[in-house]
Design a protein around this ligand. Structure first.
Ligand SMILES: CC(C)(COP(=O)(O)OP(=O)(O)OC[C@H]1O[C@@H](n2cnc3c(N)ncnc32)[C@H](O)[C@@H]1OP(=O)(O)O)[C@@H](O)C(=O)NCCC(=O)NCCS
Length: 97
């Protein structure tokens, strides 16, 4: 679970956040890493730029709609959904072509 990922404001939009995610992905498929995780998860702020950042880095939505996610989180229909759960399937990096 990736939590509170942040890049210093002086260094944002220079690909460092994407590099951190690439490092995490590479480390978790490294044979020397024995944690045995398959999925990276993140609870992203539900803001267009944040969601785009994770989408551009290969993350998908755990729930296909905001309404489904509200139901899972027991949030009333129409109430604000502040975060969206997203995942990256590490198997994509180890699958043979
Ligand atoms: C979101 C964040 C980690 C991305 O790291 P980064 O190094 O700036 O991002 P990269 O350079 O690798 O990628 C650029 C993309 O990230 C997103 N992004 C860039 N700056 C951002 C900001 N200040 N806030 C949110 N998203 C941002 C945009 O989608 C951007 O794509 P674009 O240039 O096409 O608009 C970083 O901007 C940040 O720390 N933001 C504030 C804290 C935050 O929102 N953390 C995420 C918690 S879920």
């Amino acid at each position: 679970m990736i939590g509170r990922l942040g890049i210093h404001t002086d260094f944002q939009e220079q690909h460092l956040g994407s590099d951190v995610l690439s490092f995490i992905k590479a480390w978790f498929v490294d044979p020397l890493n024995k944690t045995g995780c398959r999925f990276l998860l993140v609870d992203s702020y539900n803001k267009e730029r944040n969601l785009k950042f994770y989408e551009n880095n290969g993350f998908s939505y755990l729930f296909s709609s905001e309404e489904q996610e509200r139901e899972f989180r027991a949030i009333k229909s129409g109430s604000p959904l502040n975060t969206r759960l997203m995942y990256f399937d590490l198997i994509e990096l180890v699958r043979q072509p």
